[in-house]
Design a protein around this ligand. Structure first.
Ligand SMILES: C[S@@+](CC[C@H](N)C(=O)[O-])C[C@H]1O[C@@H](n2cnc3c(N)ncnc32)[C@H](O)[C@@H]1O
Length: 133
């Protein structure tokens, strides 16, 4: 009985998540949400940018705790979330409000929301020692 109730709750959650994803379409980043739902499962470039991240990820330290990262042209925040999940504090900037709304929405679903911050900016002045990556 309790199992059936949980199934129903999970189905409702997934339906709501999918409708929010549709509302925010079109997506350039195929984010994999915590429950496995993808934001752009039919992306023309495949599972983008996960396949690119797999090539880069090995060259970055597993533990980025304390790192300060700037993600320029963050789009829906794929790389920001990956880096924050390794402990970095990430500032994601983009000029496009549509993509920023996707990133801000997604940040509420990932367990890194206190370490990512998204903002509309077209450029930043970076001094020496201000960012680690
Ligand atoms: C081709 S997408 C790349 C997204 C992501 N960096 C990636 O590699 O998957 C380029 C992104 O940069 C943003 N962008 C373009 N010009 C920009 C500018 N001058 N300042 C901030 N963001 C910009 C776009 O809105 C878009 O989200």
């Amino acid at each position: 009985m309790l199992g059936l109730l949980h199934d129903g709750i999970n189905r409702n959650r997934r339906t709501r998540l999918k409708s929010e994803i549709s509302r925010l379409a079109p997506w350039f980043h195929n984010l994999h949400m915590p429950d496995g739902t993808q934001t752009a499962p039919d992306h023309a470039l495949g599972d983008f940018p996960s396949y690119k991240w797999r090539e880069i990820a090995a060259f970055l330290p597993e533990d980025l705790t304390g790192w300060s990262v700037l993600d320029i042209g963050c789009n829906a925040g794929f790389y920001s979330f990956q880096l924050a999940s390794r402990g970095a504090n990430v500032e994601g900037i983009d000029s496009n409000l549509h993509y920023l709304s996707q990133a801000k929405w997604a940040s509420k679903h990932f367990d890194v929301k206190n370490r990512v911050h998204f903002e509309k900016k077209t450029g930043v002045r970076i001094g020496p020692k201000q960012k680690d990556l």
